[in-house]
Design a protein around this ligand. Sequence first.
Ligand SMILES: *Cc1c(COP(=O)(O)O)cnc(C)c1O
Length: 431
Amino acid sequence: MGEIIGEQRGIKAIESLESNVRSYSRSFPAIFSRARGSILLTDAGRKCIDFLAGAGALNYGHNNHRIKAAIVEYLASDAVVHGLDMGTPARLEFMKTFNSVILRQRGLQYRIQFTGPTGANAIEAALKLSRKVTGRQNIISFTRGYHGMSLGAMAASGNRFYRAASGSSLPGVTFMPYDGYLGSTVDTADYLRKALMDESSGVDSPAAILVETVQGEGGINVASKEWLRSIQAIAKDVGALLIVDDIQMGCGRTGAFFSFEFAELSPDIVVLSKSLSGYGLPLSVLLIKDALDVWRPGEHTGTFRGNNLALVSATAAVDIYWRNQSFSEEIQRTGKLMRRRLEIISANCGCSFAVRGRGMALGFDCQRAELAEATARKAFEKGLIIERCGPVDQVLKILPALTIDLQTLNDGLDIFEEALTVTLKQSASLQ
Ligand SMILES: *Cc1c(COP(=O)(O)O)cnc(C)c1O
């Protein structure tokens, strides 16, 4: 009881001390004091199952103890934690491991650029580099795309709420319809090709086409293999670079390490962040094809590029999970189970809500924002953390850690089903 009062006081203190801009602490009003795997504990000792996983930054779960061991050892040895981008064994080890375990095994060849720690900064670097390489300014981005909060990344993001908050004009980007945007019978890649091939379409030749293979924030919209391959072919035909933003869908989320492997793409630039460090520590990189690495030394700089602690955990994550196929197979298996269960929940509730996604990135489209909101709130009361996405936050995003055990996963899905059922009953009785 004392703890509960304490936690309520803590929540009140956050409300009075922290800027109005805070967001997740509104959806999940609690003080989370400890975490392990897919379980968070609040100050008052309440247990919550985590289906948010740091918005995709915790693919290996909270405080993954196998990865933690490497960090603890590194800290204890007084090795260099901050060294700008100076050489350290941690940096070297990461690049060697990533290169051999992730890149070479997939027949990929890229140079690694460490950017500032946020995904947004890596997107900025990718846009700058493609403009520098091609001498063009325009970027093709897609409806409902999300690429981050800095002005360049924001210009390539669809959401009006965020765009308005930038308080600035957001030039240099042309939006095109994403796969499925105009219904399942229209191939939007045809329209993109037409607009870019037509000397009088009004669309400037692009430096790059920037795409997510599954739109995470945009509502778990899934691009097909064929569409993605068309986009790659169009980029090539018009002399633009293909940038895959794999910030949220990379690092195993869709089943393979990179979300574009299933379509056998060969992007010119790949952007990774969120789960790259494996531990929720900030770390972002660009993977750049050799010939495109035209940066002059120091042209995209920053204080925190490749923080050594994050590099140590990133190396451990690659080492532990990606040396063979078994983790990938497990993600695909678990993803299928999740999907089947969500489809059953959808059928049972009598509303046939769409279930979308790939691997362990799934969306449950409630169609109405109020329904998604009330279900997420009810789920949190019952001990499940689940977030919303999509143009009006009408899609519930099911994004558990890839390492979640089946018992916890099923417990979470049970809570989800209960929350949805109660919410639907309540909304029916109001009508
Ligand atoms: C989260 C995200 C970003 C932005 O990353 P930040 O670290 O929040 O700046 C960009 N693109 C995608 C697809 C994301 O999910």
